[in-house]
Design a binder for this molecule. Sequence first.
Ligand code: PBG
Length: 324
Amino acid sequence: MTYPQVRPRRLRRNAAARRLVTETRLSPAELVLPLFVREGLSEPRAVPSLPGVVQHSRDSLRKAATEAVAAGVGGLMLFGVPQRRDAVGSPGTDPHGVLNVAIADVVAEVGDATVVMSDLCLDEFTDHGHCGVLAGDGTVDNDATLLRYEEMALAQATAGAHMLGLSGMMDGQVGAVRRALDATGHADVAILAYAAKYASACYGPFRDAVEATLQGDRKTYQQDPANAREALREVALDVAEGADVVMVKPALPYLDVVAAVAGAVDVPVAAYQVSGEYAMVEAAAANGWLDREAMMLETLTAIRRAGAQIVLTYWATEAARHLR
Ligand code: PBG
């Protein structure tokens, strides 16, 4: 009679043994909370397709930032929703625009206790809803958009942002913004590049949260979900242009890309657990079909295990409280 002598189950026999050998630990410091602030609100307003997420007023934004910091969250990513939009996204570069005001508010509130990041993209600010400005023929004009991004970067850096999240997927955006920051005394402002951002159906609830006006799609600038090798090319370009952190987005359907990117670069890798990923779990849990908290921790662990060092998640504050 022979019995197995190698028994992996020995290391799973109780919680203490499992804790000792766990390969992936989650901690609050690597979680980043996306926050929405809407111009003209006196009270926060719920986003129905993102249960638990709101459009903040200036006051409630400061409070949410303070709560996230108290929970130990590593960073905040701010998105602004303006009341008026135009063809070139003017509110994005206006120092009194909703996002720039919010950056200053949050920095005044939490200072250096967390990393204050801001979304640098035109889609919330243009009346057509594209991430850039349009050429005469209606296509998104890459190089004209870069000029707008440079202006936006200066506005956000002047407002006090510590790190800029370049999410527009224009070619050359990292290099253009890096040069603009360095030339204006903002060499210490970091760039988180949405290096591999896919044209995903997972962004639906986010577009509700920012009241997106887009007709059509972003397939001429965001990546084809079928392509993984192309992500490495995008990432290499962003690193060469000066990205301090590179991000893959969405996260869970693209863990192969997260793992490949983590193996290919030596800068920190982030992944964005986007609105649709969050909403799927929340909706199933609300039906009693999934254990919400277990799914929250399992999905975050999986994203970390694949190689993301930083995870953007709408659960950041809640998860951080769990993990402390
Ligand atoms: C675009 C942007 C998007 C998200 C963040 N910034 C996607 C888009 O509308 O194409 C999506 C985030 C999410 O779904 O949670 N600037």
